[in-house]
Design a binder for this molecule. Structure first.
Ligand SMILES: Nc1ncnc2c1ncn2[C@@H]1O[C@H](COP(=O)(O)OP(=O)(O)OP(=O)(O)O)[C@@H](O)[C@H]1O
Ligand SMILES: [Mg+2]
Length: 254
């Protein structure tokens, strides 16, 4: 059952965001993200009680948009809505193909996007179960993923690259713990850098886990070393004594 009132409310809200933006590209993004099926799905998720309201956009990214939403109990959620119509499809397919967990996925465009959202959901669960600091995955349906929101009423948690850490060495150690946990969970993040780490509550949190693959994936080792290189480069610039190989060995050693 679709909640008509929720659907109307949602449409009004999206219209207000659309009219507020000056930039044609950004307006187009809204039209793409909120296609008819996605709107109906959001209304369904509201009537199913997954969340009560979609509140405001947090970020417009390559693959999709992230919105702040509120659960029935008042808790803050992040909704990541993968755009079904866009051009990053090839890139995504590259990560799905070769991941044995998605061997049986029919590879139509829409199915790949849904598989991708499901992959991020499963990756978040797997990483969290192994002790990684990642948002708590709450629900995934088709191209919509609901997870816990990092931030408060005034702002979303800043990216690592936007923050001046008081103690870079301690921040680095915090991230290494999560890198070890991700590896213990049998996964490689694959897009780890200061752009996909949020700083919140005195800790570093890893986000954007859609492209993470199992250690058995053909590119796992290559992507693991790339992650280590990015992290080592960033913290080295902050004066932490670390190099990619040393970091990789440490994370492997668990
Ligand atoms: N759980 C969350 N809590 C708060 N903010 C979040 C959360 N998840 C994502 N964000 C915000 O949304 C942005 C985009 O999320 P994410 O990196 O997962 O998507 P993306 O499609 O890869 O976007 P981008 O191309 O910008 O990297 C993040 O940089 C972050 O600012
Ligand atoms: Mg990102």
């Amino acid at each position: 059952m679709i909640d008509d009132r929720a659907l109307h409310q949602l449409e009004r809200k999206i219209d207000s965001w659309r009219t507020r933006v000056k930039d044609d590209d950004e307006r187009k993004t809204y039209d793409e993200v909120f296609d008819k099926q996605t709107l109906l799905l959001l209304a369904k998720l509201i009537s199913d009680g997954v969340f009560a309201t979609v509140d405001y956009p947090v970020s417009t990214g390559k693959e999709g948009n992230v919105f702040h939403a509120t659960a029935r109990n008042g808790g803050a959620l992040a909704l990541k809505i993968y755009r079904v119509s866009n051009a990053t499809f090839r890139n995504i397919a590259n990560y799905i193909i070769g991941d044995s967990r998605f061997r049986n996925v029919r590879r139509s465009h829409k199915e790949i996007i849904y598989a991708w959202a499901q992959k991020e959901y499963k990756n978040l669960l797997g990483m969290a179960a192994a002790g990684a600091r990642v948002p708590k995955a709450i629900e995934q349906r088709n191209n919509v993923l609901a997870m816990s929101y990092l931030g408060d009423e005034t702002r979303p948690a800043p990216l690592l690259r936007e923050v001046r850490l008081d103690d870079p060495a301690a921040g680095f150690e915090d991230l290494v713990e999560t890198m070890m946990a991700i590896r213990k969970g049998g996964l490689v993040h694959g897009d780890l850098s200061e752009y996909n780490v949020l700083v919140w509550d005195g800790h570093l949190w890893v986000i954007d886990c859609g492209q993470a693959v199992p250690l058995a994936h053909g590119h796992a080792e290559e992507w693991f070393l790339r992650d280590c290189t990015n992290v080592a480069r960033y913290f080295r610039r902050l004066g932490v004594d670390v190099d990619p190989k040393g970091l990789a060995d440490r994370v492997r050693g668990g």
